[in-house]
Design a protein around this ligand. Structure first.
Ligand SMILES: [Zn+2]
Length: 67
């Protein structure tokens, strides 16, 4: 089931980034999802499916909609 993603959402990933940070900001949503590490600002691109598998939860959502 697709998760609704919005640019600006902050997510926690299951695996932490090598810099030790687990929280990422979504910077692009499409076929691929770009996320920016909030620890070191590195941008990572994942295909949507991989992203959804690796994401743990939302920390902050831009668009609070019906869940
Ligand atoms: Zn990092």
């Amino acid at each position: 089931m697709p998760i609704s993603l919005t640019v600006g959402d902050i997510v926690e990933m299951k695996k932490q980034h090598p810099c030790g940070c687990k929280n990422f900001e979504i910077t692009r949503v499409g076929m691929d999802v770009k996320i920016k590490c909030l620890g070191c600002s590195k941008i990572i691109m994942l295909d949507r499916r991989t992203f959804e598998k690796r994401m743990k939860k939302f920390i902050e959502r831009k668009n609070e909609e019906v869940e």
